[in-house]
Design a binder for this molecule. Structure first.
Ligand SMILES: Nc1ncnc2c1ncn2[C@@H]1O[C@H](COP(=O)(O)OP(=O)(O)OP(=O)(O)O)[C@@H](O)[C@H]1O
Length: 344
């Protein structure tokens, strides 16, 4: 549905050249929810803005629903853009218009009759759960409600594609969840192709079928979300995956942690399970076979695409030899092991 071919974007600022996008190629299938993730400054906003030519690529071509946007005249581009809805981090609603008139705006601009606008807007407000707010102004809505209005407005011209530019970044976790659920619902109901950019892997994990990771304007990795979580190939991908698993050492343990082992201290170990790890009850195996007591301090395990992955912090109580053998065994089974220090 969306083809991004050899797209480059260079900005010039104060005589300096900034390569925001460096030869990006992406193919986004109809009906998919495709996530692009990257850190601040990676080029995410530039990329999504290139898809509807809000930003013109310096080089490269953009196809949406088989039409090459770069080759269109200004009028043709205006028509093509009606099939590409967009929502933003800060909603971009018109404060002087009611909810009803915000949602109806694209239809007014397209010359649709008043009666048709009324029917369409009312059905869209019902879809996003805001029928009772149609006469309210944006200033009187919560962030989540504003984003629902923006989604209804984006759907008014029956787009085939919805671009989401950090659409949940300004929202709290519960509201983020409800907006992501709404996006999933409209994706299914209308077979709408959704391209979203985010800096949060949790967003990708929760609704995307596919993901592309960009860093420094370059496409670093891409593929089905399950595959990327299972077999990340780059350190950047691993970092984003880890960011979904918050596991820090409790403060009192951190205070008692020392770099070297004493006779009555035991190692605090961080275990990382990835898609490559052997899927078996390995912890109990190690404890039984090596006569090691393992105390799990915290653990954050998850499933994506049928793959178990996650982090665990544990203390190993046993002889130094048993600990060494246990670590070797875990590594053989593709569990990444790091001794964080020794706790007395
Ligand atoms: N209009 C512009 N003029 C000059 N440089 C720009 C412009 N827009 C973006 N850039 C630069 O291009 C690079 C990519 O910016 P972009 O906004 O696409 O990143 P991003 O991944 O969306 O970051 P963030 O998450 O912080 O918004 C950055 O180095 C940025 O400073």
């Amino acid at each position: 549905m969306i083809e991004i071919k050899n797209v480059n974007k260079v900005f010039y600022q104060a005589g300096r050249e900034i390569k925001a996008l460096d030869d990006i190629n992406l193919s986004i299938a109809e009906g998919s929810i495709y996530g692009v993730i990257g850190s601040s400054g990676a080029g995410k906003s530039t990329l999504i803005r290139c898809v509807n030519l809000l930003e013109r690529p310096t080089k490269g071509r953009i196809f949406v629903d088989g039409i090459e946007l770069n080759s269109l005249s200004a009028n043709e581009l205006t028509l093509a853009r009606r099939k590409i809805g967009m929502i933003f981090q800060h909603f971009n609603l018109l404060s002087s218009r009611t909810v009803f008139n915000n949602v109806g705006l694209p239809l007014e601009l397209a010359g649709v009759s008043k009666q048709e606008i009324k029917e369409k807007v009312e059905s869209l407000l019902e879809l996003v759960g805001l029928s009772d707010k149609k006469d309210s102004y944006p200033a009187n809505l919560s962030g989540g409600q504003k984003q629902r209005v923006a989604i209804a407005r984006a759907l008014a011209s029956d787009p085939k594609v919805l671009l989401c530019d950090e659409a949940t970044s300004a929202l709290d976790p519960a509201t983020t969840h409800s907006i992501l659920e709404l996006l999933r619902k409209i994706n299914r109901e209308f077979n709408l192709t959704i391209l979203l950019i985010t800096h949060e892997m949790a967003v990708v994990k929760s609704i995307c079928s596919d993901v592309a990771i960009i860093g420094g304007g370059k496409l670093v990795e891409q593929g089905p979300v399950g595959d990327i979580f299972a077999h990340p190939k780059t350190e950047l991908a691993r970092q984003f995956i880890r960011s979904t698993l918050d596991l820090s050492i409790p403060a009192d343990y951190a205070a008692r942690l020392s770099a070297s082992q004493s006779p009555n201290s035991y190692p605090l170990v961080r275990l990382e399970f990835t898609g490559a790890s052997v899927d078996a009850p390995i912890i109990s195996h190690v404890a039984r076979e090596l006569n090691l007591d393992i105390s799990i301090l915290s653990s954050n395990m998850d499933y994506v695409g049928g793959i178990k992955f996650g982090l665990m912090l544990a203390e190993f109580f046993g002889s130094p030899q048993a600990t060494e053998q246990a670590i070797a065994f875990l590594k053989e089974n593709k569990i990444e092991v790091e001794v964080l220090g020794y706790v007395a």
